[in-house]
Design a protein around this ligand. Sequence first.
Ligand code: NAP
Length: 315
Amino acid sequence: MSDSRDVLVVSPARPHQMEKLAQEYVLHRFDQSSDRDALVASVADRVRLVMTTAGVGIPAGLIEKLPKLEVITSFGVGYDSIDVAACTARGIRVTNTPDVLNDDVADTAIMLMLATLRRLVVGDRWARSGNWSKNGPMPLTTTLNRKKVGIVGLGRIGKAIASRAEPFGVELGYFGRSEQGDVSYQYFNDLLKLADWANVLVVACPGGEATRNLIDMNVLRALGPTGYVVNIARGTVIDEPALITALRDGIVGGAGLDVFHNEPHMNPAFADLDNVVIYPHHASGTVETRDAMGQLVVDNLVAFFAGKPLITPVN
Ligand code: NAP
């Protein structure tokens, strides 16, 4: 086994963390390279670790060009942008950054829920545009109190959302492939039944092929014209054209969205809808949480090069 300390940086951790790593390891900056093919060819015989982020993933064909690759560290908890099955087949370990972002992502779900039901952006515009002084109060909104909140994917983040929603006096239900033993919320083994029951559907499951278009027009119709969708999971989990039609035609009441298809090139149709609150995939985007995520990337990298067990392995 090679003992090289060579790292290919496809997408970095935080700048101060990268500066520190550069003192101990040989960082090859794929992210900054003007000739990536030449860079990869020149380091392929010694790169043992690739550093990336969930948003960027691994470029097609890169893994095949790195015969010495042993570990991929990813900044982010979702790993749908990495072919983990192919990595496992080649004996490549993948790490992610779970738990440290639960609080900020769950806070964002609550923020989007309140902002959507209470029409925060519309109200802000109402006041700024002078409508308030000219035309009086904005139209009434709807309360979150006593609503039924259905969570799709009650994992680490889903549970953090549920515990934050509880003090609003909501009823909680959830859908997933299995019933969770450690909660008393109502379990639905059928997503359509959860959507039919819920006033607010919060999507918090992983992205990837298994959940692609899980929230389709049937689910949106079941949620209904007084129902709302909040998505902090991945854009791919929702059939986006169906959602846009549903929002435009009043098939659902509104949506609070942190994630989209084809980011950062969000479908411009969303920008024309005033029953949508948009956040640009920034649920974990605080200095504190991004530092903690980056630190977990660093800790996994250091553990690997020290021959110690990985801290947060995915496979
Ligand atoms: P987690 O702990 O693994 O929880 C995932 C949950 O989804 C589990 O309860 C799981 O339950 C359920 N699930 C898995 N596959 C499913 C399927 N096919 N259908 C329905 N439910 C399914 O993951 P987490 O840490 O909470 O993170 C969840 C996701 O949030 C991540 O994968 C990521 O994509 C997203 N995320 C987004 C942001 C952001 O910035 N917006 C930040 C962090 C994470 P069962 O196994 O019982 O089905």
